[in-house]
Design a protein around this ligand. Structure first.
Ligand code: SF4
Length: 408
């Protein structure tokens, strides 16, 4: 059975990810260091500018999914009264905390999750982050600050941006009290500059997949997006993406494709199914179908950052997210991606526990197909809860979908 060629930069990725988590572990033991927990599209640059080490619980949850251990922990949260229908990132993470286990021990050699000094979330992605972080605020008796973002925005207006920018300024004052040292605008500008550069190169990495054939797949990108999520605002993420981009450009020059031969180009809409990345990648390889692009991996591109207007641009970038847009805004984005990545078909992932990141419930797949004539398939699954996933059903549906693309 054929497989995608291995991306050599993955070794370097493992090294920097391990260093990041080791540093957090060291910071936990150092009374002079402070740790902030941040939702994945929260204002990380502000926290870094205030000298916090930043930890992202969602990355832990993704690891629980990828290591296929999430289902050991979801029932523990359910026993605490959380519904199995809510975000399985939340239920698996809280369950793992209560059971005092983490896949980070095996992956990065750290024994426990870094202890927070403050919890900061942004509802730009969903309300679940508020409830998730509130659990830890109560449990660990830690201060918490939430930014409430306007949602389902069609066209982002100055009034939307101002409302978020003001809350970010309030957060700054809140952090000044916690850290007992003043905010320095220059430090925030420096972090935004680094994040913008990281974003730009991450986008260039993803855009190598516009090449036919593509040098990488969505399944690769799910692994290599880690620095854009947890290390944005740091030079190390930029250095990493330069290495990865160079490797992919060499692949293009040498005509090395991620799927060989690449017959169909597919778009993935929605969350990854973390525990099934390998199985799906292998099946699609066999079907000569390359998943070349996704909404998910593009969600950590913040092109609106502008160090000269730190608060306004940060507010704009973190509100101008796909997940936070109206159906019309999302459809326009998807049409642009279909065109840019020369897409033959779309797989929509209807994630049981994340309606926020599932665009299957208000008629979008049918509307999009009608307007673009690009066929799609809706997969019923979940990001972490594999109990709601039918392997056989999904396999059969994907097979039938690719036959449809082939016109069989
Ligand atoms: S966007 Fe979905 S997966 Fe992410 S925290 Fe919210 S509910 Fe969970």
């Amino acid at each position: 059975m054929g497989k995608s060629p291995v991306i050599k930069s993955t070794q370097e990725l493992k090294r920097i990810a391990t260093a990041y988590y080791k540093e957090l572990e060291t910071a936990t033991k150092d009374p002079d260091k402070k740790i902030a927990w941040c939702s994945s599209v929260g204002p990380a640059e502000l926290l870094l500018a205030m000298d916090f080490e930043v930890y992202y619980p969602e990355n832990h949850s993704a690891m629980l999914g990828a290591s296929r251990t999430a289902n050991n922990f979801i029932p523990i949260s359910v026993a605490q009264g959380y519904s199995p229908e809510i975000c399985s990132y939340l239920t698996s993470d809280i369950g793992a905390y209560l059971k005092k286990e983490t896949p980070f021990t095996k992956a990065y050699g750290i024994n426990e999750i870094p202890k927070p000094d403050v919890l900061v979330y942004n509802t730009n992605q969903c309300r679940d982050v508020q409830d998730w972080f509130s659990f830890y605020a109560n449990e660990l008796d830690v201060p918490i600050f939430g930014i409430n973002s306007p949602g389902f925005v069609n066209e982002l207006k100055q009034s939307h941006i101002r409302v978020v920018a003001d809350q970010m300024k309030d957060l700054t004052e809140y952090l000044e009290e916690i850290t007992d040292h003043p905010f320095e605008r220059k430090k925030l500008q420096e972090r935004l500059k680094l994040s913008l550069e990281c974003s730009t190169i991450w986008l260039e990495v993803l855009k190598t997949a516009t090449n036919v054939p593509s040098p990488l797949t969505f399944f690769d990108s799910c692994i290599h997006m880690l620095p854009a999520v947890v290390l944005r605002g740091n030079q190390i993420a930029i250095d990493y993406y330069n290495v990865l981009k160079e490797e992919l450009e060499i692949r293009i020059e040498d005509q090395i494709s991620a799927v060989s031969p690449e017959k169909f180009r597919v778009y993935w809409e929605g969350m990854p199914i973390w525990g099934k990345l390998r199985a799906l990648s292998d099946q699609l390889y066999e079907l000569k179908s390359c998943v070349v692009a996704s909404t998910y991996c593009n969600s950590w591109i913040f092109s609106d950052f502008n160090p000269n207007e730190p608060f306004l641009s940060m507010a704009k970038a973190y509100t101008n997210l796909f997940i936070n847009r109206s159906e019309t805004g999302k459809m326009n984005y998807l049409k642009q991606m279909i065109h840019e990545y020369k897409i033959d078909g779309i797989i929509f992932h209807n994630a049981r526990t994340c309606p926020n990141n599932s665009n299957t419930q208000y008629g979008m797949p049918k509307r999009l197909e009608k307007q673009t004539e690009i066929p799609n398939l809706v997969i019923d699954a979940d990001l972490n809860d594999l109990n709601v996933y039918s392997e056989e059903q999904t396999k059969t549906n994907i097979e039938a979908f690719v036959e449809q693309l082939a016109g069989i």
